[in-house]
Design a protein. Structure first.
Ligand SMILES: Cc1ncc(COP(=O)(O)O)c(C=O)c1O
Length: 477
């Protein structure tokens, strides 16, 4: 085969190969019904991993360009709906043209690989490992539960009993005082962030986020037409004085913060700074969105009171979630804020999908009310602490002189600075070759040369091997 992938290009390999095959189909070189080479053969011809070709074929199938049948290979569709010049809608143009921006290519690449990778280790995922879910106690709670007979539309703010439970939960665990009418149940923290950006801000508005930040990895800010500005994070989180400077320059309209065990750095915003941020935001009359998914996962018994717990003026929109403490597929999150804001967002929620299904809400309510829940939290903290220590010791032993890191006091992640200059894209591709996935810093807006490693997604006994694979990758790039 004359054509070759360009390993120096910014474009991921799978996308280059996708476009190459798409072009061949559109030129009639691969006519409708014709058989494409097998994954193995094409991988050999192009000198790429077979998984990359599997991913390309999956994407071609999703675009309707090819059809795949078990045992008879991959054929060009008889109806090439993606590329026919006349009479047929060119869906690709629509798919690429919508106002909701797709995920960043590097993130899609990592997530795509995570779905197809056989064996190997995923240090990129923000998901708990399978042995950390409270499956047994969930099973026992559910077996005793009688499901309701009323399955009509629920309140768009969420099930009242769960909102009451959340109000008491945030009081017990975070010293946040609220009532059920100021709580909106969302499909994870993610949806709360989406509703805020869509309903409370306008295209062109400037917002502040930490730099680096998990928020940077979400194109939903750009999809809402927002201009995002980073406030650098040091060991005590972001510096409140920077908010004022940024405001003078760009008239920011909202501040998004993840103050406790910040993703990706693990930093904790100091209590002095929490109060300063609250004061400055009040002075400027701009709200703070406080994203707080992991603050209960502390490794040193220290509790860091959320900024919301000091807020007496309703300036903070507080976002919580069960994803990191129970399981992300439950899709239970919440937003706490002034009632007028909650009503506005609940109205949007009603327009979008009439609110969250009642079933995960019932399950969440049972779990949070159960006397087992505090025991589960304790178990989780202990397990995560052991996994963190295992990863720290492996990093120290295997990569001591090649990386620097600070020890996270809670949460899921270790943020590493590499002592050599590497291109993130090449690093990720080399990782994929070695079946090891991790999040490069650039997806959080940091320069090349940083990675976020998750210790929560692997069992303890696999962590050293995973770090050793990662070390191998670093040696080779
Ligand atoms: C800092 C942070 N905020 C929010 C989220 C979204 O969580 P959820 O699953 O509740 O939507 C994540 C997920 O990884 C996260 O790391």
């Amino acid at each position: 085969m004359e054509w070759k992938v360009d390993r120096e290009a910014d474009k991921p390999l799978y996308q280059q190969i996708f476009e190459y095959i798409e072009e061949k189909i559109s030129y009639g070189e691969y006519p409708p019904g014709s058989l494409l080479p097998s994954e193995r053969k094409l991988a050999q011809q192009l000198n790429v991993n077979r998984m990359t070709i599997a991913h390309v074929y999956d994407e071609l199938q999703a675009s309707g360009l090819v059809e795949r049948k078990k045992g008879s290979g991959t054929r060009v569709s008889s109806h090439k709906w993606g590329i026919l010049p006349k009479g047929v809608t060119n869906w690709r143009k629509y798919i690429e043209g919508g106002s909701f921006i797709p995920s960043y290519p590097l993130i899609r690449r990592i997530r795509g690989e995570a779905k197809v990778m056989e064996g190997g280790y995923n240090l990129a995922s923000g998901k708990l490992s399978s042995d950390l879910f409270p499956t047994d106690y969930l099973q026992s709670i559910l077996s005793e539960y009688t499901f309701p007979t009323d399955l009509g539309y629920e309140h768009p703010q969420g099930l009242l009993s769960l909102r009451e439970t959340i109000a008491s939960y945030v009081k017990t665990y975070h010293n946040i005082h609220t009532t059920s009418s100021s709580v909106l149940i969302t499909s994870g923290a993610q949806q709360a962030l989406h509703l805020i950006t869509q309903c409370l801000l306008n295209p062109g508005d400037a917002v502040a986020i930490e730099a680096p930040s998990y928020f940077y990895s979400l194109p939903l800010f750009q999809s809402a037409g927002l201009r995002i500005f980073g406030l650098p994070v040091d060991s005590e989180g972001m510096n409140p004085d920077d908010i004022m400077t940024l405001y003078k320059k760009h008239k920011i309209r909202m501040i998004f913060l993840n103050p406790t065990y910040h993703s990706p750095t693990g930093a904790i915003l100091s209590s002095t700074r929490r109060l300063q941020v609250l004061e400055i935001a009040a002075e400027l009359g701009i709200p703070i969105v406080e994203d707080d998914p992991v603050s209960l996962l502390s490794f040193d018994n220290e509790q860091h009171s959320p900024i919301k717990s000091f807020d007496r003026n309703g300036n903070v929109l507080y976002v919580g979630s069960l994803s990191k403490v129970i399981g992300s597929s439950l899709r239970i999150g919440w937003l706490i804020g002034p009632q007028s804001v909650i009503n506005r967002l609940a109205d949007a929620r009603e327009q979008i999908d009439f609110g969250l299904s009642v079933f995960p809400q019932i399950i969440a309510n049972l779990l949070l009310q159960s006397s087992e829940y505090p025991k589960h939290l304790e178990f989780l903290r202990q397990e995560l602490l052991e996994r963190r220590n295992e990863m720290l010791s492996a990093l120290q032993d295997l990569l001591g002189d090649k990386i620097e890191f600070t020890i996270p006091k809670g949460g899921f992640f270790i943020w590493c600075k590499l002592n050599k200059s590497v291109d993130d894209q090449k690093l990720v591709e080399a990782g994929i070759k070695h079946k090891i996935l991790f999040m490069p810093g650039s997806v959080y807006g940091s320069p090349n040369g940083y990675v976020r490693l998750t210790f929560a997604h692997l069992k303890k006994e696999s962590i050293r091997d995973a770090v050793s694979q990662f070390a191998e990758v670093l040696n080779q790039v």
